[in-house]
Design a protein around this ligand. Structure first.
Ligand code: HEC
Length: 198
């Protein structure tokens, strides 16, 4: 709607043009929005139409869902690469060596007590979880890497949580070294052997 300013009544004080309606004695000045403001506003509407069409309907590889999936795949690939790199630096030898390092074992024992003892007993003799001091293993062959893997990946169906997502890589390593060091130790109240003897 356009107004013909010249035909409008004017405010007696300011001489500004006034609109022709009145509510309870209150009048309104005719202050159209500035051209630059309206122009920008209309541009945003046109922009939104193109933006929506491109990013939600046709956009070749630019759809919100598609770009999310692309980024997520990249994140997962990076995670896998990192995990593979970490695995490469961990070996039976490295774990065996760490299992004889007193500083490593002291730190790991604290972690074991707070995280693992509730199921495996304070000295590894076993409670809900199996005895970790004997030479019988349900999962893997009891080699350092097999122990490391069980701790990291867990046996969730059997009640052993996966600690990889919970513990730091360093803690996972130290705990595996600690369990390696328990082998042959005498637990006070050992649980009967489970699994296969290695
Ligand atoms: C909620 C109870 C629970 C907690 C906490 C727990 N475990 Fe276990 N763990 C189990 C059970 C149950 C098994 C046996 C899984 C099976 O039967 O395959 C097991 C198995 C294992 C095994 C393999 C034993 C074998 O004979 O195959 C290792 C090694 C182990 N746990 C280490 C750890 C460490 C290290 C921690 C602490 C970070 C830990 N667990 C915390 C319940 C637990």
């Amino acid at each position: 709607m356009s107004h013909d300013h010249d035909k409008l009544e004017r405010d007696p004080l300011t001489q500004d043009p006034m609109l022709n309606h009145e509510y309870d004695g209150i009048r309104e000045l005719d202050n159209p929005l500035p051209g630059w403001w309206l122009g920008t506003f209309y541009i945003t509407i046109v922009f939104a139409a193109f933006y929506f069409t491109w990013h939600q309907i046709v956009g070749d590889g630019h759809l919100v869902q598609a770009s999310y999936e692309k980024e997520w795949a990249a994140v997962q690939a990076a995670d896998q690469a990192k995990a593979a790199q970490q695995m490469a630096s961990i070996s039976d030898e490295a774990l065996l060596k760490a299992s004889k390092d007193t500083a490593t074992l002291a730190a790991a024992k604290d972690k074991y007590t707070s995280t693992c003892a509730s199921c495996h007993g304070p000295d590894g003799g076993g409670l809900i979880g199996p005895n970790l001091t004997d030479d019988h293993w349900i999962n893997g062959d009891g080699k350092p890497m097999a122990i490391y893997k069980v701790i990291k990946e867990g046996v969730t169906a059997k009640g052993m949580p996966a600690w990889g997502p919970v513990l730091s890589e360093g803690d996972n390593f130290k705990l595996a070294a600690y369990i390696v060091s328990l082998k042959g130790s005498k637990a006070t109240n050992p649980k009967a052997p489970q699994g296969v003897k290695y």
